[in-house]
Write a protein that binds this ligand. Structure first.
Ligand SMILES: [Zn+2]
Length: 310
């Protein structure tokens, strides 16, 4: 039977609040409390290697960079673009709303380049993995990431349509749920890019097939933000079973995602109080316990190409 792997990917940003409003001045409790005191002890308990995808403002914050440098041997690090916060023309928005595919290709390239340079300056090595803020990749993104030396892209959200979130036409209908080499212009389709697409583990429900209304009902995400730990385990089991049926012998990759700010009260819309923050950590713990029981190694996003190269 093929091996299964888990990537736990964490979009890592400055503190937000209700309705995702950015805290001013910029604050990083979601890193100093969330990553250092809440997430890392949990990952340590399960010997899991998480992947923190770092937004530009985190890479500019010296204290945050110090923390991630100190964790470098036990975590994987990559980049995460919220275009408003990246040079050129960086500013601190009330709410990050940009989809990078809406920039001109030149501006998208300039912002991805400045983000990558911030990462290299902070950690003295090339980032391997990338995820777009709001999953907003477009027809230029993959080629730019290849030019910048990335090996993994992780913005594809299979079967999700972001049109009603302000991105008309940004949808990932029919995208594979397992890693694939994408088409450069249409990243939701397989193609011949060198970058490996590692999609977020998302599966449609039967009711999503109902015309019109079904499209709007939420998919099942491998995301501890809501639901129950049991839901996450069932989704993981369903994905593994289908992937093995579809491609026997091929390694299976599960990709969970959430934000660092979800595990500290009041720094995201998802956890207003300690009970809600601890519930998210508890569900993450249930997923990690499942992985340990099933002998599923938790690996970094940047490690994924290697398991397919063996
Ligand atoms: Zn983000």
């Amino acid at each position: 039977m093929s091996r299964a792997y888990l990537c736990v990917t964490i979009d890592t940003e400055c503190d937000k609040g209700p309705a995702w409003k950015t805290r001013r001045p910029l604050a990083f409790e979601g890193i100093h409390e969330g990553v250092a005191r809440r997430l890392q002890p949990l990952f340590g308990e399960y010997r899991a290697k998480p992947t923190y995808l770092l937004s530009p403002e985190v890479l500019r914050d010296a204290r945050s960079v110090d923390l991630f440098r100190s964790l470098a041997s036990s975590v994987a690090l990559g980049t995460h673009l919220h275009g408003e916060l990246a040079e050129p023309f960086a500013f601190e928005p009330d709410v990050t709303s940009v989809f990078q595919r809406d920039y001109t290709p030149e501006l998208e390239r300039a912002k991805l380049t400045s983000l990558t340079d911030l990462f290299i300056r902070a950690f003295d090595h090339q980032p391997q993995a990338f995820r777009a803020g709001r999953f907003g990749i477009g027809p230029s993104t993959i080629g730019i990431l290849e030019d910048l030396g990335y090996s993994v892209e992780s913005s594809v959200t299979p079967s999700v349509d972001w049109t009603s979130s302000g991105a008309p036409g940004l949808h990932f209908d029919g995208a594979p749920t397992q890693p694939y080499h994408p088409d450069r212009r249409e990243p939701a389709r397989p193609g011949d890019a060198h970058v490996l697409e590692v999609p977020v583990t998302i599966r449609a429900r039967l009711c999503n097939a109902i015309p019109l209304v079904g499209r709007r009902l939420e998919r099942r995400w491998l995301r501890p933000t809501r639901g129950t730990g049991r839901d996450l385990v069932r989704l993981a089991e369903d994905e593994i079973a289908e992937a093995r049926r579809h491609a026997p012998g091929r390694p299976v990759v599960l990709t969970a995602m959430f934000h660092n700010v979800e595990v500290v009260p009041g720094t995201s819309p998802y956890a207003a109080n300690e009970a809600e923050a601890h519930a998210i950590l508890g569900r993450l713990g249930e997923l990690l316990a499942f992985a340990r029981r099933e002998d599923i190694a938790t690996i970094g996003l940047g490690d994924v190409p290697e398991i397919f190269a063996r």
